[in-house]
Write a new protein. Structure first.
Lengths: 112, 113
């Protein structure tokens, strides 16, 4: 079974802090994705990566950056957290030739 | 750009009732379509997917969906729901050469025992 793990289930940070969310997948998938999930808005794509050191902006990249130094790991960075970044963050991965995405359990981030 | 509309935000049914959740997408070319489900406290998991071929797709737990190209729709159905189907359901589309999925806003299904 594909396994996508995220470093924390719950995280509380203060406004202005730098926040790192880590995601690791164990199936050698080329593609990795970061979404945020908010009630009534569904999942919105922040960034994705289709190869090591490659990244592309999604629909809502403002205020976020990403890093992919190794194939299995994809990090989401909030350079200076703000209260409007309080949300559930979901990581996903998929193999290059298939479109099905496999999701991690999510990190619920609260920014105070 | 591709987009997905899920018209029902919250659906409440009694056990054994039939279910149909609407999903419409906008994209003019070839599409891949998905339904994901998120049970309370659990991560998103794939319910079913359509890539090509038979437009009636069967998924896990008795769910099915029909791709109607002329209507740009991919509605999810189940003939008889159970309390354990209470969850949030998301429709998603991948159009053409896009690498990413676009998700709808989700439908919360509550099944009353």
């Amino acid at each position: 079974d594909v396994k996508v793990t995220q470093s924390s289930r719950y995280l509380v940070k203060r406004t202005g802090e730098k926040v790192f969310l880590e995601c690791v997948q164990d199936m050698d998938h080329e593609n990795m994705f970061w979404y945020r999930q908010d009630p009534g808005l569904g999942l919105r794509l922040i960034y994705f990566s289709y190869d090591v050191k490659m990244k592309e902006k999604g629909d809502i990249p403002e205020g976020y950056s990403v890093s992919r130094e190794k194939k299995e790991r994809f990090s989401l960075i909030l350079e200076s957290a703000s209260t409007n970044q309080t949300s559930m963050y979901l990581c996903a991965s998929s193999p290059s030739r298939r479109n099905e995405q496999f999701f991690g359990p999510g990190t619920r981030l609260t920014v105070l | 750009a591709q987009s997905v509309s899920q018209h029902n935000h919250h659906v409440i049914l009694s056990e054994a009732a039939s279910l149909e959740l609407g999903c419409n997408y906008s994209y003019g070319g070839t599409v891949n379509l998905f339904w994901y489900v998120q049970y309370p406290g659990q991560h998103l998991q794939l319910l079913l997917k359509y890539f090509s071929g038979d437009p009636l797709v069967k998924g896990i737990k008795g769910f099915e969906a029909e791709f109607i190209k002329s209507k740009f729709s991919f509605n999810l159905r189940k003939p008889s729901v159970q309390w354990s189907d209470t969850a949030e359901y998301f429709c998603a589309v991948k159009g053409g050469s896009a690498r990413q999925l676009t998700f709808g806003s989700g439908t919360q299904l509550t099944v009353l025992p």
